[in-house]
Design a protein around this ligand. Sequence first.
Ligand code: PLP
Length: 423
Amino acid sequence: SLPLSAIDPDVASAVDAELHRQQSTLEMIASENFAPAAVMEAQGSVLTNKYAEGYPGRRYYGGCEHVDVIEQLAVDRVKELFGAEAANVQPHSGAQANAAAMFALLEPGDTVLGLDLAHGGHLTHGMRLNYSGRLYHVVPYQVRESDLRIDMDEVERLALAHRPKMIVAGWSAHPRRLDFAAFRRIADEVGAYLMVDMAHFAGLVAAGLHPNPVPYADVVTTTTHKTLGGPRGGVILSRAGLAKKINSAVFPGQQGGPLEHVIAAKAVSFKVAAGEEFQERQQRTLDGARILAGRLLADDVAEAGITVLTGGTEVHLVLVDLRNSALDGQQAEDRLHRIGITVNRNAVPFDPRPPMVSSGLRIGTPALATRGFGAGEFREVADIIALALKDELTDERATVLRGRVTALAEKFPLYADRNGCAG
Ligand code: PLP
């Protein structure tokens, strides 16, 4: 059969251009990572052809003997990795994992407490236009204005006032660890389910470098492609007693045929995540974020009105606060893009600017840690970012900083022996 470049040169050339972009720039979007070649090999395999509605041993299609082995491996490995009693590895994405977990445990109209999107929550935690905000009665909690941390007294006050059926803990843009024990206590006080969405920090948990929510929560959802470094997808972990409800909410409740090629890639990534190398990589991820926060808190950056939300980080990302800077989020994102560093602008809590512009940047270290960056390289990239943001970026300065970015990118070749497609 013909290669992609012969059948569809338009798609092939865009894929190759994307490979070149990933190789030649520094990826610092906090939710991104570089999947190992083995993960992409599994995902690009013949499993893409297979229908397998149902679960291992109980399928609605013939010929599932091999995908059963694969899906069972994925389930067993992820349970072991996080110490969970039950796992469903079929959700196509993090959003679908959350939708299915809520579908399993809630009725339309039930009350849900979730972190406000504008304060670092995710769309699926109750944003107005999202299914979560449309199907359920959502009461958002926020961070405290004084220190931008989640105020557990406020969570408790809202829980007692609104008696939610579920409390969602988790975030897309928050630089601090959550107090899972306090969330559990409050959930018990009002008889609510506790769902933790660990999509962002699952890799840190797997490495033992972040508290594990599994012992505290009724349900834990995650994506597999962020710090975890696997294929794009979702997983739901739960107590054994909820497994039946959750399985039935995923299939037939929400999805048809599972993506067995992605499930195979998930299985591979769980095996990788159980290893020592992965643990060491997550440590470099955390160290890199601390180094970046430290540089962006230095006096020369502060003079430009730029600071770091909460004064630091305990995870894999730093939130840059531009509320007192002449730069807005869009301009800052564009500046870094110009010198070859990819980040995303992000609203900060109590942001005076509109969301499309915003007053923040979210900068993450997982992808660069995967690429091999250690403390020295993170110090260099932190300095480049500080210099790009604090003073006007003339063409001359941009050229110098782009040169420093290129030197770092060349020091850590990415997918060196691949083309953008097959391998
Ligand atoms: N949950 C959290 C906390 C997230 O940050 C994200 C993605 O950004 C998701 C869920 C959704 O994942 P996906 O994009 O795979 O639907």
